[in-house]
Design a protein around this ligand. Sequence first.
Ligand SMILES: [Zn+2]
Length: 138
Amino acid sequence: MAKTLALRSLRAYIDYTLDKRATLTALFRGVVDACDADPYLLRAAKYHGEQVERKCPVCKKLELVELRYTFGDQLGQFSGRIKSPQELTAMESEFGEFSVYVVEVCRGCSWNHLCSTFILGDGTTRKPPRKVRTLEDE
Ligand SMILES: [Zn+2]
């Protein structure tokens, strides 16, 4: 999945497939209600979700999308934003290091789960983008 994006700086990739199975097992046992995507997540899925060609593991509909959240000190106030695969490719050479969290969300039944995490960036540490702050913070 993420590996097909040809992200050349990709590292520290963690696949959460096994964890996902465990969650699904619990879900079908009725122990956990994983279909609890909050309104914010569902709205993000609607406007920023990248359609994927696999079915939702819960409702079997083709309404599954992926969201890629980016986090990192070097992103400054932009940490936590959702980015498209294309934007991630551009960010690889703009930042030294940042984490990507891939979350799948079903727009049919609200199933959501962390798919994978990995680190991108060219390894050159940069200062976060400027934001409104006092000189003492420098
Ligand atoms: Zn579903």
